[in-house]
Design a protein around this ligand. Structure first.
Ligand code: SF4
Ligand code: SF4
Length: 269
C-alpha cells in the first residue's frame, strides 16, 4: 500500500482508548484458525529480526537470504525488511504449520499486536506518542470470543513491551533524520551501514570486535558509569544490549552526537 494510503487507512481506524475494552479470543478451535497468516505484507523491524534469528538459531545473513525481502522506507531511505511469503498458490507465512505458528515465542511485533494496530510519532521531551486501534477484518472470528481485554492487558499478554521499546528507537531515529534532511533520503553508504548495525546483530558484534569501536567513542548518558570492559562484555554477550547500542552508534554516525555516545576519546582505555 502506498504510504499516503497507509496513513489514511490508519487514520480512519477507530481509536481504542486506554481502559476501553474489547472481546477477543484466538485459539486452535476458531473456524478461521491460521487464516490470517497468508498473503501478508509484513514489515520486520530490527528487533523482530533479532528475535527470529534467535528462535530459528540462524545467522542474520541466512535469515535475510531465506526469509526476507529487502527494501527501505520511501520517505527516509532507512532499511526496512519484509517477511517473504511462500510462493503462490498458498502465499503462506514460511513459519505457518498445521498446528499454528512454529515461531510463536519469537513472532514479530505485527503478529503480537494484532488485532490491534499501533501508530506512533515522536512525543514531547523525547518520548513517544502512540495510539491504538482495532483492526476488525471480516475473516477474523476472534472478536466473537469470550475474553475481555484492554490495550494494557493485551500488550502484557503478548509480551510486546521490549518490541515496542526497540521499535520506537527506530521510529525516533528516522524522525530525527527527516527533521534535518530537508526531504533527502539516507545515502547508500549510510543505508548499508544502518542495515548491518541494526538488522545484523552478529555482524555488528564482529564490527565492534574487529574495529575496536568502543575505544573510539566517548561514553555518556546511559553508559556514563559503565567501565568499558564491562560494556564490551555486555555487548558481546547480550544481543538486546547490542541492538540498543547500535541505535546509539548509528545516531552518532548520522548526526555527530547521540544521547549516550560522543566522538571524543575522553576516557578511552
Ligand atoms: S510468524 Fe507466526 S503468527 Fe506471524 S504470520 Fe507467521 S505463522 Fe502467523
Ligand atoms: S483470523 Fe483472527 S481468530 Fe482467526 S486465527 Fe487469525 S487472529 Fe485468530
Amino acid at each position: 500500500m502506498h504510504k499516503d494510503a497507509t496513513r489514511a487507512f490508519l487514520e480512519n481506524m477507530p481509536t481504542l482508548n486506554p481502559g476501553e475494552e474489547f472481546w477477543f479470543a484466538c485459539h486452535p478451535g476458531v473456524p478461521c484458525f491460521n487464516a490470517c497468516c497468508s498473503g501478508l505484507t509484513m514489515p520486520l523491524t530490527p528487533y523482530d529480526v533479532l528475535r527470529l534469528c534467535q528462535g530459528l538459531d540462524i545467522s542474520s545473513e541466512s535469515f535475510i537470504e531465506d526469509y526476507a525481502v529487502p527494501g527501505s522506507y520511501e520517505d527516509s531511505g532507512f532499511p526496512l525488511l519484509h517477511l517473504r511469503m511462500d510462493p503462490p498458490p498458498t502465499r503462506s507465512c514460511p513459519f505457518l504449520s498445521a498446528s499454528g505458528c512454529s515461531v510463536y515465542e519469537h513472532r514479530s511485533s505485527a503478529c503480537r499486536t494484532y488485532p490491534l494496530g499501533r501508530a506512533t510519532m515522536p512525543g514531547e521531551k523525547g518520548g513517544v506518542a502512540e495510539h491504538y486501534f482495532l483492526v476488525r477484518e471480516e475473516h477474523c472470528k476472534g472478536f466473537a470470543g469470550q475474553k475481555r481485554w484492554t490495550i494494557a492487558t493485551w500488550l502484557q499478554d503478548q509480551g510486546i513491551e521490549a518490541y515496542n521499546r526497540m521499535n520506537d528507537r527506530y521510529m525516533q531515529l528516522m524522525a530525527r533524520f527527516k527533521a534535518v534532511a530537508g526531504g533527502a533520503v539516507l545515502s547508500e553508504k549510510h543505508a548499508t551501514m544502518t542495515l548491518l548495525c541494526l538488522y545484523q546483530q552478529d555482524r555488528f558484534a564482529d564490527l565492534i570486535r574487529s574495529t575496536g569501536l568502543l575505544s573510539r567513542v566517548g561514553l555518556k548518558g546511559a553508559y556514563a558509569d559503565q567501565p568499558r570492559e564491562a560494556l564490551f562484555a555486555a555487548l558481546m554477550d547480550d544481543p538486546e544490549a547490542r541492538l540498543a547500542f547500535a541505535f546509539d552508534w548509528v545516531e552518532l554516525v548520522l548526526f555527530g552526537e547521540s544521547a549516550n555516545l560522543e566522538p571524543a576519546l575522553r576516557d578511552a582505555v
